[in-house]
Design a binder for this molecule. Sequence first.
Ligand SMILES: [Ca+2]
Ligand SMILES: [Ca+2]
Ligand SMILES: [Ca+2]
Length: 167
Amino acid sequence: MLFLVDTDGNGSTDHFIPVIGYDARADGGYYACYTTWSEDEDVSWYKFRAMGSAWGVGYATYVTISARGGDANRDGAIDVGDLGILAGNWESAGMSWEQGDFNGDGVVDAGDLGILAGNWNLPPGESSGGGINNAPEPAGAMLLTVGFFTLFRRTGSKRAAAERSPH
Ligand SMILES: [Ca+2]
Ligand SMILES: [Ca+2]
Ligand SMILES: [Ca+2]
């Protein structure tokens, strides 16, 4: 995912980061990201908070890694590595895109070989079809956003309840 965050906690977003993980810890949720501020950086973990806190999250969106038709091993090239996968699953049913079913009919056969052949050794970015892109429907993205704000609200109300309760 990509987050648009408020790195300095001043209430306005100022930086985009790629987010690669999530961890539920005793003191709340944390997200893992690359800050994209240096070349040699490691994974950074920040508490999952709203804008107004350092590295608070203002907005979030999905990104997907697409692959061209025939690139079964998703290494960016359509070559013998992919042909080997397709050959290994030849005429097998119940196969996934990554197993060689590039046209999604459930079987690895000549139709899929044709897609692979059509993209064989094409330069990056060029394709004659059969690619995959698991982009969510807009409704899915909307649900995610709603889930996000629900999470914040729940965290917020829990904190408020804790502050209210007498000790
Ligand atoms: Ca800011
Ligand atoms: Ca490949
Ligand atoms: Ca097929």
